[in-house]
Design a protein. Structure first.
Length: 656
C-alpha cells in the first residue's frame, strides 16, 4: 500500500501581550470552518483560552493547540501567551514550530517582548510572517510601525500588500503581486527584492521583461528559508485580512518534513492534566509513526511506556485519532512518567531549543495550619511537572516550600489554579531575587575520601572563572588507567548537582571545572564513592578561591511624558541603573537602559503612580552581572554542607 503523504504545517502565533493574538487565532479558526461561532477574549469565550483563569483575566496563560485544514493543507496552530511571566510556555512552543506568525499592533508597534521573541525566532532560523493588526484603530500608523520593525527587528521585512484606508476607514489591503496593482508600489516591492539578491538586481537593471510569477517564487523561497519576512495587514477583530493571512501562510511557509517510515523521533513540549485520563503529553513527531496501544521508548529516562490513546485537542474538546505521524502534533495519553522535554524514540531529528525564560524570583508558599502539608506539596510538584521552571522545593528540616517564578501575574495565576483545580488556598511570601555565584579566581579543590572504610576516592579539580553566560563547563585530563571511565562518568554527572549551592547558598555558574587528578582502589572503591567525594572536592575548591555574587539585570524601555523624564533618570541612578541618552518622540520621552532587578522590583508601580498612568515600563532579562562588593545576599543552605566533611559523610551514609 502506497502511503499518501499529507501536507502539514506547524505554525506558532507570537506577539507582545494585547497585540490581538488570541483574537486572530479565533478568526482563523472561524474562517477555516473549524469553529461555527466566534468567541472573544474579552467575554472569555475564546476557544484557545480553555483555563478558567484565562477566561476571567482575558489573557492567555498557556500555549493552546488548534488544528484546521485550509485549501487541502493540515495546519496545527499554537497560540502562545504574550505576557512576559509566561515566557517558558513560549519557549517550549518555539521548539516544535516550523514557522511563525508575529503579530504587531499598528498602534503600539514593536514592544520589548516582541524583540525578545524575534531574537529567539532568528536564533532557531524559523521562517516568519508579520501580520500588522489593529489597522482600524485610532492612532494606527503602518508606516511608522514598519520603520520601527525594520529598526528593531530586521531590515528584511517586506510588505507584500498595500493598506486601503486608515483607522476607521481601513477596509483591507491590496495584493502587490496582482496584475493591476499600483505600478509605483509594485516597483517598490520588486526593488526591495532586487536590493537583496544580485541575480535579481542584474535582471532588473538590464531592463528585461519582469515575470511577476518568477519574482514571487523567489520571494517564497527566501521567506521559507527565513531570509526575508513578508508583511501583511489586517484588523482581526473585524475579520479583515484573515483569509489573506491564511493564503500568505500557505504561499510563504514550508511544509513540515519527516518520513512516516523512519524510526520514531519526537519530543514532549507540554504537559497538561485531564480529570479522567490523567497526564496529557503534547508530542511533536519529527520522524516515524506511533499508534494507540503501541509501546514507545522514552529516550530521556530510558524507559518503555505504553500509549493508551492519541487525541487531537482543541480548547475543551478532544477527538480520538489513534495515530500520530511524522510532521504532526497530537496529545498522547498513557505516558505516566513523562516530563516536559523528554525525547521519544531517537533524538536524531530533534531541533535545538532557544532558552528565553529564566525565573528571577523565589517565593515561599504559605498555607493554613489545619491544611495537610502533603496536599500542597503534591499539587505544586504536579504543577512543576507542567512547568519545570517552577522547581518546587520542600525543605524538610525547615518545613518550608519554595518555588521560582517569573513575576507577580504568575503568582496570581498559580493561586487561582491551586484553588480551582485542587481546592487549596495558599498565599505567597514577598518575592526575593535569585542571585548566583561565580569563582573569584583560579584555584584547586581536593579530597581524599578513604575513611571510614570501605571507601576510596581521590579527586583534584582545577576551578577557573568562566566567561559570562558560559554556565558550567566540565573537562577531564585524567587517564582512564588512573581512574576508570565509569568513575570518571559518575564524577562528571555529579558536578552540576554539587554546584547547585555555593558558599552563599546560590547556584554556581560561569565556571570551568577540570578534573586533573583521580584515583580509585581495586578493592576498597564502591561505585558511589565518587558521588560522595565530588561535592566535597568542589566545595573545598570554592572555599579556597572564594566566590562573587551575580545579580539579574533587566534591559528596560521607559516611555513617559517629557516633564517626568528628569525624575526617571534620577530614579535610574538611585537604583544603580545605566541608560542611553533619552530620545524625544513628540511630547514623550523614551529612555532605554539596564537596571538590577533587586533595586527595581516595585518601580513599575511607583512610576505609574507619579505619571498618573501615562507611562509604560517594559523590561526583559539581559543576563547576570557581578554585584557591587557592598551587596550581601545569603540564603539558607539545604542539607549538610560538604565543607563539614565528617558530618556530610555521616549524612550521606544515613548515619546522622
Amino acid at each position: 500500500m502506497i502511503h499518501q503523504k499529507i501536507e502539514r504545517m506547524n505554525i506558532g502565533i507570537f506577539a507582545h501581550v494585547d497585540a490581538g493574538k488570541t483574537t486572530t487565532t479565533e478568526h482563523i479558526l472561524f474562517e477555516s470552518g473549524r469553529i461555527r461561532s466566534l468567541g472573544s477574549v474579552d467575554s472569555g469565550t475564546a476557544l484557545t483560552d480553555s483555563m478558567d483563569v484565562e477566561r476571567q483575566r482575558g489573557i492567555s496563560v498557556r500555549a493552546a493547540l488548534a488544528s484546521f485544514s485550509w485549501r487541502g493543507v493540515q495546519v496545527n496552530l499554537v497560540d502562545t501567551p504574550g505576557h512576559v511571566d509566561f515566557l517558558s510556555e513560549v519557549e517550549r512552543s518555539l521548539r516544535v514550530m516550523d514557522c511563525a506568525v508575529l503579530i504587531l499592533s499598528a498602534v503600539e508597534g514593536v514592544q520589548a517582548q516582541t524583540e525578545m521573541i524575534w531574537g529567539a525566532l532568528r536564533k532557531l532560523n524559523i521562517p516568519t510572517l508579520i501580520f500588522m493588526n489593529k489597522m482600524d484603530r485610532m492612532g494606527a500608523d503602518h508606516e511608522a510601525v514598519l520603520a520601527q520593525a525594520r529598526t528593531y527587528l530586521s531590515e528584511n521585512i517586506i510588505p507584500v500588500q498595500h493598506p486601503l484606508g486608515t483607522e476607521q476607514d481601513f477596509i483591507g489591503a491590496a495584493d502587490l503581486w496582482m496584475d493591476g496593482a499600483e505600478p509605483a508600489l509594485q516597483t517598490a516591492l520588486l526593488e526591495a527584492l532586487a536590493e537583496r539578491d544580485e541575480e535579481l538586481l542584474e535582471t532588473y537593471m538590464s531592463g528585461e521583461a519582469i515575470h511577476l510569477e518568477a519574482w514571487k517564487d523567489h520571494l517564497t523561497a527566501a521567506a521559507s528559508s527565513a531570509q526575508i519576512f513578508p508583511l501583511v495587514y489586517g484588523a482581526a477583530a473585524k475579520s479583515i485580512g484573515i483569509t489573506e493571512l491564511l493564503d500568505a501562510m500557505l504561499q510563504y511557509f514550508p511544509r513540515a518534513g519527516g518520513d512516516v517510515e523512519q524510526p520514531v523521533s519526537g519530543i514532549v513540549y507540554s504537559i497538561q492534566r485531564d480529570k479522567t485520563m490523567g497526564r496529557m503529553a503534547f508530542v511533536r513527531l519529527y520522524e516515524g509513526t506511533v499508534r494507540n496501544r503501541e509501546t514507545v521508548l522514552n529516550y530521556t529516562q530510558n524507559i518503555q511506556e505504553k500509549i493508551t490513546q492519541i487525541r487531537k485537542v482543541e480548547g475543551g474538546r478532544t477527538e480520538d485519532v489513534g495515530i500520530l505521524e511524522a510532521g504532526d502534533i497530537a496529545v498522547v495519553y498513557g505516558l505516566s512518567s513523562v516530563r516536559i522535554g523528554d525525547v521519544l524514540g531517537s533524538p536524531d531529528a530533534i531541533p535545538q531549543e532557544a532558552k528565553l525564560a529564566v525565573p528571577l524570583l523565589t517565593v515561599r508558599v504559605h498555607w493554613a495550619q489545619d491544611m495537610e502539608d502533603h496536599k500542597v506539596i503534591g499539587a505544586l510538584q504536579e504543577l512543576a511537572d507542567e512547568d519545570p521552571l517552577l522547581d518546587a522545593q520542600w525543605l524538610q528540616d525547615e518545613r518550608e516550600l519554595h518555588i521560582k517564578v517569573m513575576g507577580p501575574i504568575q503568582l496570581e495565576i498559580l493561586s487561582s489554579v491551586l484553588e480551582h483545580r485542587y481546592g487549596l488556598e495558599v498565599t505567597f511570601g514577598q518575592p526575593s531575587v535569585i542571585y548566583k555565584e561565580t569563582p573569584s579566581r583560579m584555584g584547586e579543590g581536593f579530597i581524599a575520601y578513604t575513611m571510614p572504610k570501605p571507601c576510596w576516592a581521590i579527586l583534584r579539580f582545577l576551578i577557573e572563572p568562566g566567561l559570562p553566560g558560559s554556565g558550567i563547563v566540565y573537562d577531564s585530563v585524567v587517564r582512564s588507567s588512573d581512574l576508570l571511565p565509569q568513575y570518571q562518568n559518575e564524577t562528571a554527572r555529579r558536578v552540576p548537582e554539587a554546584l547547585q549551592q555555593g558558599l552563599y547558598g546560590w547556584e554556581v555558574t560561569d565556571v570551568k571545572v577540570t578534573l586533573i587528578e583521580g584515583q580509585h582502589h581495586v578493592w576498597h572503591t564502591h561505585p558511589l564513592d565518587f558521588a560522595v567525594a565530588t561535592p566535597m572536592a568542589l566545595m573545598d575548591g570554592l572555599s579556597n578561591v572564594g566566590t562573587r555574587l551575580l545579580e539579574p539585570i533587566l534591559q528596560v524601555r521607559i516611555v513617559v511624558p517629557e516633564e517626568n523624564g528628569g525624575r526617571v533618570m534620577n530614579d535610574l541612578v538611585q537604583m544603580r541603573g545605566t541608560f542611553e541618552p533619552p530620545v524625544l518622540q513628540g511630547e514623550r520621552m523614551v529612555i532605554e537602559g539596564r537596571l538590577p532587578l533587586a533595586t527595581s522590583l516595585d518601580y513599575p508601580v511607583t512610576l505609574s503612580s507619579y505619571t498618573k498612568g501615562r507611562s509604560t515600563f517594559t523590561s526583559f532579562f539581559a543576563g547576570y552581572e557581578a554585584c557591587p562588593p557592598d551587596v550581601i545576599a545569603e540564603r539558607t543552605r539545604r542539607g549538610v554542607n560538604p565543607l563539614d566533611q565528617a558530618k556530610y559523610i555521616l549524612s550521606v551514609r544515613k548515619a546522622l
